[in-house]
Design a protein around this ligand. Structure first.
Ligand SMILES: Nc1nc2c(c(=O)[nH]1)N[C@H]1C(S)=C(S)[C@@H](COP(=O)(O)OP(=O)(O)OC[C@H]3O[C@@H](n4cnc5c(=O)[nH]c(N)nc54)[C@H](O)[C@@H]3O)O[C@H]1N2
Ligand SMILES: Nc1nc2c(c(=O)[nH]1)N[C@H]1C(S)=C(S)[C@@H](COP(=O)(O)OP(=O)(O)OC[C@H]3O[C@@H](n4cnc5c(=O)[nH]c(N)nc54)[C@H](O)[C@@H]3O)O[C@H]1N2
Ligand code: SF4
Ligand SMILES: [Mo]
Length: 699
């Protein structure tokens, strides 16, 4: 029998509506849902991987236990009992447990409500997640300025007249911290109404190619551009916060700090002409709605928090924060802001490097040292949920080695990956289309207020479990073994229904289920000052830590002469998804995607020809991969995608293994972080690049 299912693609933040047609369990087609109010029929090639994931023979179907180099299928009860007994013994002996939550936990609404129970059961002091290789600087800035870490300003691309994208490539990524399906059409619409897109990126990206202007920038130097833009606005008399003026605290202190800098030196430091900076300031300050947005290239940088703060300041200075066509706040069906604490900072510190906790977590870069460094409090048991930090976190080689020293490691993952290959037990969730879906964390950052619930497409295969059940049941088993008690498990649909009803819109899950294409809750509307969570409903423009970072660390950096060697940045391609979709037949097709892009002059200076194998060496490690000579690269900058390296020992990904690539994070350094947020500085790693034949000859 043919069945048709309205579903949300959960693979990336865009949350496109799809229509899946199936005959029994055989998927016949996956198409965009034209009636989805948010995605309007858009899908990208990755949507087709939903079928590959469901059917992948490499996907684990039962819990497995490591026996030597083999994996022995075991029952859930046996897995829970053995893990619980081992964890209880570790706790009795005073051992510490750690937890890593990977990116897909943000796309599975039912997992996170169960995590606190597991954290309690294993007694974990140390939680790590993908947040600290990603968006934590946004959250810190929002906590400091708006009073809640989850108050994300959303670029209102559909109504702006000038969008500036700094260090983001939504044409490949489909948008991030910005749920904006079909961004290409939205950009075309912006241009059709006479608006402009400017892209600032060290690579002429897919997004740069459709932009009205693109400027190369020296990796890591973005605060120089952002400060210069603010000063240029000021010089031209274009600082005009408008109605925001009454809400601004510390505005004068901001300018006092900014005016210690001068545009010529800043322009020289970022590699963008002063005239271009003045021109851009004139455009975004002209009074039409405009919005500046910055993503991975500026978040995962040594000045990540400073960058995000300066971006908010520009949007304030031009009167575009909380303005139609500017950077706006949502009114989502589930209001996370109203139902969670604002966020914590610095309540305790990590054992080895003394990193302050932020939102209850330590930086992901600290995981390896917390496992490897002997002494009381050392992590000897690690639980990973939907994460592959060996490939995703700086200095994967160090983590690789550290994981082997653990007494117990449990991975909740459906594959044997570079990370789960180290586990003692792998507990796999059921197929992705056997789970329900709600965009709990993504709907609140969407370009329209919307809600969509997707029931499972297929009935659960007998004997399989959803992630949330695994986390909840494992927690209870461990608690029972250690003599703790945990509250009864609340099914996720009930939690979701309660969160919906407790939100200002007061919708129920049934209300949302009545709209299989998704429920449009309207365009974003101005929400300040009511939406602010600061005690006085003011925006704290001059957080002490940021002023100090600007006038201290950044000023020192600016005074230093720039290095003249190559620096490495990353890239995303439409057909990749972080470390894990490489096992999809459909996505793996086409040209090799793990290549080192290098500018023609840099290649020539090193005797590198197109397609030649080159070695890339950093302070953390060395890899060898083919070069791709491209004039899309800024001279002095090379680009390598992350999430590859699928030939590490033990990995069982037969499609991915055919073209394994190398891991970018064998080159990134654990010591390069943004000290304010603990975020990894993934961009701008100093590297040496040489023909592989020379490296061999030298050894
Ligand atoms: N050099 C460099 N490194 C980076 C980045 C970069 O730009 N450059 N980007 C960083 C960013 S932004 C992120 S978000 C991180 C991501 O890094 P991670 O947090 O490690 O996430 P993924 O690489 O997406 O790995 C997801 C893992 O979860 C499994 N998985 C997928 N879906 C599910 C599910 O539904 N349930 C369960 N239980 N498991 C599932 C997959 O098999 C895979 O092993 O990487 C970061 N690392
Ligand atoms: N197809 C696909 N889509 C994805 C993902 C994926 O792996 N594949 N991952 C998802 C995830 S987890 C995330 S977080 C998002 C990320 O979404 P985006 O941030 O849009 O994705 P990136 O392609 O990493 O874009 C970062 C850009 O920053 C540039 N850049 C590097 N260094 C600098 C710098 O110092 N300054 C400036 N100004 N720019 C710099 C890079 O050249 C790159 O073009 O994508 C999501 N969507
Ligand atoms: S853009 Fe993202 S959500 Fe949309 S189809 Fe592609 S992977 Fe799925
Ligand atoms: Mo991410």
């Amino acid at each position: 029998m043919l069945t048709s299912h309205h579903r949300t693609c959960h693979l990336c933040e865009a949350n496109c509506g799809v229509i899946i047609t199936a005959e029994g369990r055989n998927i016949l087609s996956i198409k965009g849902d034209p009636e989805n109010p948010l995605s309007r029929g858009h899908v990208c090639p990755k949507s087709q991987a939903l079928a590959d994931l469901e059917n992948d023979p490499d996907r684990l179907r039962t819990p497995v236990k490591r026996v030597g180099d083999d994996w022995l299928p075991i029952s859930w009860d046996t897995a829970y009992a053995e893990i619980a007994a081992r964890m209880a013994a570790i706790r009795r002996a005073g051992g510490e447990a750690g937890l890593y939550l990977g990116n897909p936990t943000a796309h599975n609404y039912s997992i996170s409500p169960q995590v606190p129970a597991l954290k309690k059961a294993i007694g974990a002091r140390s939680a790590f997640s993908a947040s600290t290789v990603d968006q934590i600087p946004h959250q810190l800035v929002q906590l400091l300025m708006f009073g809640h870490n989850a108050l994300f300003p959303i670029p209102d691309i559909d109504r702006t007249q000038h969008m500036v994208i700094i260090g983001g490539n939504p044409l490949a990524s489909n948008g991030s911290v910005w749920t904006v399906p079909d961004v290409k059409k939205r950009i075309a619409a912006l241009q059709a109404r006479g608006g402009r897109l400017t892209v600032i990126d060290p690579r002429r990206t897919e997004t740069a190619l459709v932009a009205d202007a693109h400027h190369f920038i020296r990796p890591g130097s973005d605060p120089a551009l952002l400060v210069a833009l603010l000063l240029a606005l000021d010089e031209a008399g274009l600082v005009n916060p408008g109605r925001l003026g009454a809400m601004l605290d510390g505005w004068d202190s901001v300018w006092e700090a900014l005016r210690t800098f001068e545009i010529p030196a800043l322009a020289a430091a970022c590699g963008i002409d002063a005239a271009v900076i003045h021109g851009l300031a004139a455009e975004i300050g002209a009074g039409d709605p405009a919005v500046v947005y910055g993503r991975i290239g500026v978040s995962t940088a040594a000045f990540g928090t400073l960058n995000q703060w300066l971006i908010v300041l520009i949007n304030i200075a031009t009167g575009n924060l909380d303005r139609v066509g500017g950077a706006m706040f949502s009114d989502p069906a589930v209001d996370i802001v109203g139902q969670t604490g604002s966020g914590s900072q610095g309540r305790f510190r990590s054992r080895v490097s003394g990193h302050p906790e932020l939102l209850g977590e330590f930086p992901a870069v600290a995981m390896a040292e917390e496992i490897a460094t002997p002494g009381p409090g050392r992590i000897t048991a690690l639980f990973t949920i939907a994460g592959n930090p060996v490939l995703s976190v700086p200095d994967g080689g160090a983590l690789d080695a550290a994981l082997d020293t653990l007494e117990l490691m449990v991975s909740i993952d459906m594959y044997v990956t570079a990370t789960s290959a180290h586990a003692d037990y792998i507990l796999p969730p059921c197929g992705p289309l056997e789970k329900d879906h709600y965009p709990l964390f993504l709907a609140p950052i969407a370009v329209r207020n919307f809600a969509k619930y997707s029931p499972p497409v297929f009935e659960r295969t007998p004997g399989t479990k959803s992630d949330w059940e695994i986390v909840a049941e494992l927690a209870r088993a461990i608690a029972a073994a250690t003599g703790d008690t945990l509250p009864a498990i609340v099914p996720p649909r009930d939690t979701l229904d309660r969160m919906l009803k407790n939100s200002p819109r007061g919708l129920s899950l049934a209300d949302i289920e009545a709209h299989p294409h998704g429920l449009d809750l309207g365009a974003l509307e101005p929400r300040l000052p009511e939406r602010l969570r600061t005690p006085d409903k003011h925006i704290a423009c001059a957080p002490e830590a940021l002023i100090a970072d600007l006038t201290g660390r950044f000023a020192d950096w600016l005074a230093e002469a720039p290095g003249d060697g190559l620096v490495l940045i990353g890239r995303r391609r439409v057909r990749n998804n972080n470390s894990w979709l490489a096992n999809s037949h459909r996505l793996a097709k086409g040209p090799a995607r793990c290549t080192l892009m290098i500018a023609p002059a840099d290649a020539e200076a090193r005797g590198i020809a197109d397609g030649m194998d080159v070695t890339i060496t950093s302070a953390a490690g060395r890899v060898t991969i083919a070069a791709e000579i491209s004039d899309a690269m800024m001279p002095g900058v090379v680009s390598l995608p992350h999430g590859f390296g699928h030939d590490r020992p033990g990995i069982k990904l037969s499609v991915a293994a055919q073209r394994p690539g190398v891991s970018h994070n064998d080159l990134t350094e654990r010591g390069r972080i943004d000290p304010l947020s603990g975020n990894a500085a993934l961009v701008g790693t100093p590297v040496l690049v040489a023909p592989a034949s020379q490296a061999v000859a030298a050894e």
